[in-house]
Each structure stands twice: as structure tokens, then as C-alpha cells.
Design a protein around this ligand. Structure first.
Ligand code: RNT
Ligand code: ZN
Length: 423
């Protein structure tokens, strides 16, 4: 029997098993195919970008560690790596680009002067590859961010420089969304904060709110562009205070009607974003997720299929508001093959969504409402050993991407033929 026959046969059995619980696997697969995941460009080159030749991530309290060979050094190399990764991931997805990945034709263009034309080649490439795009201003790795403050800086000139950057990025995002036919989420994250205990916690936050209001002054059609703001608890060198804390942005997003970005690594270690989704969705117009894996701190490890990832996906699906939720990944591991890192993280996010879509949510809800917590717990545990893998394999087969670990062979071949030849 051929391998694909085996996959089909296993799927038919799985389908029957799920049907017994009232779960329609065909419907789940259809819904899964309609959920894009925004793949972050920065896993491909350790958050380096193409602003200057040989640029390295520096500042901003984010830290890629490892020196696995073969990282993308040029825009063409990064695009080739992304294409390779996407060819191994089922579904139609998006590319999440940082402003520092601009195509400046080899001539330095500062952050306050970037324009849609510096991203036209990315837009064309995205279009050719059937990808939507999301965007991020880059408020780090820059001399004007070197002392740890940007939009909340005490110096007006520095604030204004970064306000201009934000304004420019929204226009770029809008152009991407317009040309690609689906709104670009432009996500603002700034590293601003103090290493040691500040006297004035209010001032930087007032300056930040004022600067953001200036960044967001221009009305942009939400069919082209949506704004998101991302909080953070701490950063390296900003351990004691961040201007853009969770409470700050929750208030800001609620009062200004912006999307709130929840990054899984930006909270206290026992605080889970899965628990926050239902609450914040009640008050903000939409959510952006930065799905990441914090190991002891905001370490940005590759996303694995763990309990929290499953819980995040459950909350997204159970919310019934996927139309207001944008899923993006945020990690950067330089210690393993970077293309594999993408594939592992993306496939895991999709798997978690599928697991959630295969849940008999209505039955579980009825048990809960009836106070039958015994049945709720029993069924949740039984679900864990249903033949989910057979449904996932079938999804990969139908999407024409490798089933099971076979994708790794493709990555190894790419490493041998392409990545290992990079100096
Ligand atoms: C940093 C934030 C932010 C970045 C990217 C590169 O802590 O998570 O989202 O990871 O902008
Ligand atoms: Zn993030």
C-alpha cells in the first residue's frame, strides 16, 4: 500500500472516531485552511535586517543566541529561505516584516525617511508568492535608541525622530495592505525602560501616549492597515521599568481603539496569555498574538506543541472571534537550522489550531453549565489520545507538503546545497 493510501486510511478511521463525539473533521480542516499565520522574517537572520551590510541585532533588550551556520545575509537569501520554509508548511500564510528589512538598493536610508518604495520589492515578492504581509516599525538597533529610550525619550528631538518613523511605517503598512488585498497589521513595540528603579514612572508613559497619538493621527482605511501595540514586562538593560507595560497598552488600546498585541514571553513566568485572551477581547477591537516560548525569561525559543500553545489555540477558537484575531509568531533561535526553526514553529502553531478545532466545544460547554465537572474533565483527558496525528497527516497530504518528519529531509538537503555554501 502506498504511503498516501495509508494516510488516507488512517484518516478515515480517525474521522469516524471524532464523529462519534460529534466532531466533523472535514469542517475542522476547512476552517484550519482559512486561518493564516504570520511568519516573522527575523528568524531567518537573527533580527539583523538589511539597513546596513553586516548589520547585527543590538540594543532593544532582545537577544538572539547561537551561531549556527548559514544565516541569510541578503534579501535574496532571506526570501529563498522563507520560500523553502513555506513549501514545507501546510496552508496559506503571511509574512511579518520589520522596517529594518527594507530594500534600500545599497544606499543607507534612515528610519525617519523610509517610504513604501523601499518595500516595493517585498510587496511584489509577497504577491508572487500569494502572501499577505504584516509590518513592524523598528525601534531598536539604532544610535537614537542606544540609551534605551525612543518614543518615551525625555528629549523632544529624539521622540520626534521616532514619531516620524512610526508615521512612515503606517503608510508603508497601508501600501502593503492595499496592494496585497488584505489589511497589514502594523505592530508597535518599543524597548523603552530603565535598568534601575526610576523616580518618575509617569513621565515616560505620558510622553509615550502623546507620541503614539501623534503616530496614529493620520486616518488610514482599516481595509488596508490596522494598528497594534505590544507591551513588555522587562528587557535586558530595562529590568526595573518599561514605559510600555501591559497596563499601559491595555488602557491605550482600549481608549484609542487599537489592536492589542499579546506576546507569550512578555509577562511574569506563571502568567499565561491564554488566560488573557477572553478578557481583553471584550474591550479592544482586536488582538495580535506574538506566539513565542519563554524559557525562564523572554527567551524567544522556537514554539513547541506544549500545553500553553494548545491552550492559546483553544482560547482563540473557543472565542468565536477569529475574525478579530491575528496570529503571528515571534522567536529567534540562532543555535539550530533557521529554516527548520520556522517550519517547526509554524507547523506547531497550525497543529495547535487543528487540535482546538477538533474539540467538541459545545458538549464540553453543556457539561460545564450543568455543573458536571467530572464529565468535563474526563472528556478533556480522553480527547488527548484521539488520533489527532492522522488528521494532521491527512491535512499535510492534501496541502501537498511533506507528511511527518519527511520535511526535515528537505531542510537537510537545502542546508547541504545552499546554506552550507554561505561563508
Ligand atoms: C521584543 C518584542 C518584539 C520583537 C520583534 C522583533 O521583545 O517581542 O515583538 O521580538 O519586534
Ligand atoms: Zn513580540
Amino acid at each position: 500500500m502506498s504511503d498516501s493510501k495509508k494516510v488516507e486510511q488512517a484518516y478515515q478511521l480517525a474521522r469516524e472516531q471524532y464523529a462519534e463525539l460529534g466532531v466533523d473533521t472535514e469542517r475542522a480542516l476547512k476552517r484550519l485552511a482559512g486561518i493564516p499565520i504570520s511568519m516573522h522574517c527575523w528568524q531567518g537572520d537573527d533580527v539583523g535586517g538589511f539597513e546596513k551590510a553586516g548589520a547585527e541585532l543590538s540594543g532593544g533588550g532582545i537577544q538572539a543566541t547561537g551561531n549556527y551556520p548559514g544565516k541569510a545575509r541578503t534579501i535574496d537569501e532571506l526570501r529563498a529561505d522563507i520560500e523553502k520554509a513555506l513549501s514545507l508548511i501546510p496552508g496559506k500564510h503571511r509574512l511579518n516584516l520589520h522596517a529594518s528589512y527594507l530594500d534600500n538598493g545599497g544606499k543607507f536610508v534612515d528610519r525617519d525617511e523610509i517610504a513604501p518604495k523601499h518595500f516595493q520589492s517585498w510587496i511584489d515578492w509577497a504577491k508572487a508568492n500569494g502572501l499577505g504581509m504584516d509590518f513592524n516599525p523598528t525601534y531598536f538597533s539604532h544610535p537614537k535608541a542606544a540609551d534605551g529610550f525612543t518614543l518615551s525619550h525625555a528629549d523632544k528631538g529624539i521622540r520626534e525622530f521616532w514619531i516620524e518613523h512610526g508615521i512612515a511605517c503606517r503608510r508603508i503598512g497601508a501600501e502593503m495592505g492595499k496592494q496585497l488585498g488584505s489589511p497589514t497589521v502594523t505592530n508597535v513595540w518599543i524597548p523603552d525602560g530603565y535598568k534601575d528603579i526610576p523616580i518618575d514612572r509617569t513621565g515616560p508613559r505620558q510622553r509615550l501616549a502623546d507620541a503614539l497619538d501623534k503616530v496614529f493621527t493620520e486616518k488610514i482605511d482599516p481595509a488596508f492597515e490596522l494598528d497594534a501595540v505590544e507591551s513588555k514586562l522587562f528587557g535586558i538593560g530595562a529590568e526595573s521599568y518599561t514605559s510600555g507595560s501591559h497596563e499601559f497598552y491595555l488602557g491605550y488600546a482600549t481608549s484609542r481603539r487599537k489592536l492589542l498585541c499579546l506576546d507569550a514571553g512578555h509577562f511574569h513566568p506563571t502568567e499565561m496569555i491564554s488566560e488573557k485572551i477572553s478578557a481583553v477581547l471584550m474591550f479592544v477591537p482586536g488582538l495580535l498574538l506574538h506566539v513565542s516560548r519563554p524559557v525562564r525569561w523572554d527567551s524567544d525559543h522556537v514554539v513547541i506543541l506544549d500545553g500553553e500553545l494548545a491552550a492559546i489555540a483553544q482560547e482563540l477558537v473557543r472565542s468565536g472571534r477569529l475574525d478579530r484575531i491575528h496570529i503571528g509568531l515571534d522567536f529567534f533561535d540562532a543555535s539550530i537550522n533557521r529554516v527548520a526553526a520556522w517550519v517547526i514553529g509554524m507547523r506547531n502553531m497550525a497543529k495547535a489550531l487543528l487540535l482546538a478545532l477538533l474539540e467538541p466545544t459545545e458538549s464540553l460547554k453543556q457539561m460545564e453549565l450543568a455543573g458536571d465537572f467530572t464529565s468535563r474533565l474526563a472528556l478533556l483527558e480522553e480527547l488527548k489520545t484521539l488520533p489527532f496525528g492522522a488528521v494532521w497527516d491527512y491535512y499535510c497530504l492534501k496541502a501537498d507538503v511533506p507528511v511527518g518528519p519527511a520535511w526535515l529531509d528537505a531542510v537537510k538537503a537545502y542546508e547541504k546545497d545552499v546554506l552550507s555554501r554561505r561563508g
